[in-house]
Design a protein around this ligand. Structure first.
Ligand SMILES: [Zn+2]
Ligand SMILES: [Zn+2]
Length: 80
């Protein structure tokens, strides 16, 4: 039995994640994502996949990284 550090659910199906020198216990990927996934510095969404790093900030996609820097978004209009 383990106890999820996010929702306090006690379950036999918890798993541990080593993170920054500590061990975090979760009962689901949902709770692990809630606790560990970074937020996009532009749109505040949880970043589940690869991040786009720019200077000291992390973004969910290149569109957010460009928008945060005051650049026009990429797209069909930009290519024309
Ligand atoms: Zn949980
Ligand atoms: Zn974003």
């Amino acid at each position: 039995m383990g106890t999820c550090i996010v929702c306090a659910n006690e379950s036999a199906r918890t798993f541990d994640v080593m993170y920054e020198g500590g061990i975090l216990t979760f009962d689901s990927f949902q709770c692990a994502i809630h606790r560990l996934a970074p937020l996009c510095a532009h749109c505040d969404c949880l970043i589940i996949g690869h991040v786009v790093e720019s200077d000291a900030a992390i973004y969910c996609c290149t569109q957010c990284a460009r928008s945060a820097q005051g650049l026009e978004p990429l797209g069909p209009a930009a290519a024309a």
